[in-house]
Design a protein around this ligand. Structure first.
Ligand code: B12
Length: 391
């Protein structure tokens, strides 16, 4: 199964949006222009930080938001745009921008912030990227400026669709306990729903994942704080650790896997689920958690020679890290036998990115990851609907 096949599957976000179609008009950027932009990332960001912080109207533009968060956003922006230019995937740009506009606006940023910051990026690109290559990059920023109304409308549509969803009863109960900081109640719900190792997938995918996605929507709408988001993540990690010791100790009946979040990727709950479900399914799993540096991962891979490497990417601006890891793996003759499985929110947004990263397959969720790995190993105990015995 190739990443291409998987891209058309369950995880696909469906038909192309009008913005994606509009982005077809953009001219691909040359490799040298993309690498000049990437090489100047820090300077570009510093100039934009300074230009924005120095504006007399900055408080109004940020709607009371902090400069610290704006600096983080600028760092994320330049990393993301470097990936867009390197991949020439303007569909990724068109898929991600409405989320960015929606999240910034619900955190109080004024609509005037976007043209202000985009013009600041154009100024920085003209200043630091050689003119011939700046001439390739600037039209992409101008395209964003020209599509302000469409971007704002798309952000509203996305927010409306998310607001219409009502979480299921168990998800509401788990989410309520998470946000109230009642770790013991979360554990009780988890214990009730997971009598056997086979129950883990259902609890992870049908309760924890939607609850965490709702946490994300609440944060995006500025209804909970970053601290509450951290609280929810911390309780989920503790709950999963208890379930792991109680349920995930099976004989190894398949190969070995290393599972990690990409470099700079701090979302590790999804990869942890993938690791647990592989282990339940008989794999010998080494789980590394968040933000594993590429070079250190490679060193460990050379020691372990796993059959499968699972890499998780939630943030589109970390796709290039995953790509570098996979490229380094493919260049190493000792690691020729390792197949790469990717998963995470970045690919749900843009399944085509799995191919760009160089993955052998894309998993739409953690259960799918175990199914793909089992198929690679050659013995898949699941029925035609993809369920494990007892699922
Ligand atoms: C908790 C959280 C955090 C925590 C993470 C803690 C932790 N230990 O993981 C912290 C606070 C660190 C964080 C930071 C950030 N976050 Co955050 N975060 C979330 C949140 C609320 C939940 C993530 C989660 O656990 N989801 C549940 C898991 C189970 O889902 P999943 O990751 O998709 O994994 C499933 C599948 O994708 C798959 N899978 C995933 N990986 C793999 C790997 C393999 C090998 C396989 C087989 C399968 C697989 O299996 C899983 C189960 O099915 C999401 C909301 C959301 N919709 O996910 C936002 C979210 C992802 N974050 C977001 C943002 C913006 C950020 C920050 C930039 C700012 C911030 N909020 O602080 C930083 C970026 C940090 C970085 N460099 O990575 C945005 C991203 C928007 C976008 N453009 O895509 C989101 C969507 C919130 C939102 N609605 O706006 N975040």
């Amino acid at each position: 199964m190739s990443a291409q096949d998987a891209a058309g599957g369950e995880g696909s976000t469906g038909a192309r949006t009008p913005l994606e179609k509009a982005a077809d008009s953009l001219t691909p950027v040359s490799e040298r222009a993309a690498s000049d932009y990437a090489a100047q990332k820090d300077r570009l960001r510093e100039m934009v930080d300074r230009a924005m912080a120095g504006r007399a109207d900055i408080e109004t533009l940020l709607g009371g938001g902090s400069l610290r968060v704006m600096y983080d956003n600028d760092r994320n922006h330049v990393a993301f745009m470097a990936t867009v230019f390197e991949s020439n995937d303007f569909g990724l740009l068109a898929r991600t921008l409405p989320w960015v506009y929606g999240a910034y606006r619900s955190h109080g940023y004024s609509d005037d912030y976007f043209p202000a910051v985009l013009n600041a990026w154009i100024g920085a690109v003209r200043r630091y990227v050689p003119a011939a290559h700046a001439a390739e990059i600037v039209p992409v920023y101008e395209w964003m400026l020209d599509h302000q109304p469409e971007l704002i409308a798309a952000a509203d549509v996305a927010a409306g669709a998310a607001a219409g969803r009502e979480p299921a009863e168990q998800v509401r109960a788990f989410l309520g306990a998470l946000l109230a900081g009642r770790a013991a109640d979360c554990q009780e719900i988890a214990d009730e729903l997971t009598q056997r190792p086979e129950d883990l997938a259902g609890f992870y995918l049908d309760v924890v994942q939607p609850a965490m996605e709702e946490v994300g929507r609440l944060w995006e709408r500025d209804e909970i704080s970053v601290a509450e988001e951290h609280l929810a993540s911390a309780i989920v990690s503790r709950t999963m650790a208890v379930l792991y010791t109680r349920l995930v100790h099976r004989d190894v009946t398949r190969g070995s896997a290393v599972v990690t979040a990409a470099t700079n990727e701090f979302h590790d709950i999804g990869s942890r689920m993938a690791a647990d479900l592989l282990e339940v399914d008989g794999w010998d799993v080494t789980f590394l958690g968040a933000n594993t540096p590429d070079d250190e991962l490679l060193k460990l891979m050379r020691k372990l020679h796993p059959d499968v490497l699972g890499v998780s990417v939630a943030m589109p601006f970390n796709l290039d890290h995953a790509r570098r890891t996979v490229a380094a793996l493919h260049e190493d003759p000792d690691l020729g036998g390792t197949r790469v499985l990717v998963g995470g929110r970045a690919f749900a947004l843009r399944p085509e990115s799995a191919e760009w990263v160089g993955a052998d397959a894309l998993a739409v969720d953690a259960r799918d990851g175990a199914r793909i790995a089992a198929a690679w190993w050659g013995t898949d105990p699941r029925d035609a609907a993809g369920h494990l015995p007892g699922d």
